[in-house]
Design a binder for this molecule. Structure first.
Ligand code: ATR
Length: 275
């Protein structure tokens, strides 16, 4: 019998996760069945109970349920504790084990797919919401030179930085206007939701150091305004978040099935589907 998985979200109709995981199943020779489940903030806890009781082996969780999912797990891995959010649950012996593979997915995309080394680099992390929080622990673990978290609401950036005390790299929290014309970064990550609104954070234009990589966590049928802006201002590599989506899914698949699928063919297929 196939192992059963689902992704919970609202909305969820356009989620690529069922296609991605079905391909992972084929590539690894595992028999899996992966569906989408729409829920609401009021009903999410109940829907999760029902899925577990019906024999689901695990699930992914996306917006807006990731923080609630963390509260509904029996055990949280360090990645989920750092992110204060869960995107992957594994049901074992009636217990819920929660993980967050968003940060490891980003890291894998940067380091393996884009050959970017984070150690000793100057990082600018734009945004201080859930997406930014999920990436901070894994980024810090790579020992960058510094991470500047810049956010419209500076208090949120400060609270986020304060939740990673004793960090070995320099961790700064600022507003956008605090970034000077002289400040340059090797890696700029857009973790705001601004690309959804086709808008840009207000940033100086000489932000990118030589060889810099600009990463937008969003992806879609076209390049985001942030990607276009980054190219115009001489970022050497410009990436969207599709690779992160596929790598975080591969990490979830490995947690459930014990084998990490090859992601290259899946990336190529989903990319062609989008365009
Ligand atoms: P997610 O879970 O996707 O990170 P979120 O927690 O709502 O979503 O965070 C959205 C991020 O985009 C925040 O950093 C937010 O800035 P604030 O904390 O100041 O709200 C940022 N963002 C959204 N709309 C923005 C806008 N119009 N200008 C600047 N930043 C914006």
């Amino acid at each position: 019998m196939s192992n059963r998985y689902t992704v919970f979200g609202q909305p969820i109709a356009h989620s690529k996760s069922p296609s991605i995981h079905s391909m992972f199943g084929e590539l690894t020779g595992r028999s899996i069945n992966y569906t989408r489940t729409e829920s609401t903030p009021t009903h999410f806890a109940q829907t999760l109970d029902e899925w577990q009781q019906a024999g689901g082996k695990g699930c992914n969780v996306t917006l807006p349920f990731k923080e609630t999912a963390a509260q509904l797990c029996d055990h949280l891995d360090q990645s989920a504790k750092d992110a204060q959010a869960v995107n992957t649950i594994h049901f074992q012996d009636g217990k819920r084990y929660g993980y967050n593979t968003d940060g490891s997915g980003l890291l894998r995309d940067l380091t393996s797919n884009h050959n970017f080394t984070i150690t000793n680099k100057r990082i600018l992390l734009l945004g201080a919401g859930g997406a930014a929080r999920g990436t901070l622990g894994p980024l810090i673990a790579q020992a960058p030179h510094s991470i500047n978290i810049a956010n419209r609401t500076v208090d949120k950036a400060m609270a986020l930085a304060a939740s990673f005390p004793g960090t070995l790299c320099d961790l700064l929290a600022t507003g956008y206007s605090d970034i000077n014309d002289e400040d340059q970064f090797d890696l700029v990550i857009n973790a705001t939701s601004l690309s959804l609104q086709k808008a840009l954070p207000p940033l100086p234009t000489n932000l990118f150091a030589a060889g810099a990589l600009s990463y937008d966590m969003m992806y879609g049928t076209e390049d985001t305004v942030f990607m276009i802006w980054s190219r115009q201002h001489h970022a050497e590599q410009v990436c969207d978040g599709l690779g992160m989506l596929i790598e975080q899914a591969a990490d979830a698949f490995e947690i459930w099935e014990g084998v990490r699928p090859n992601t290259e063919t899946v990336y190529t297929y989903i990319k062609s589907e989008l365009s």
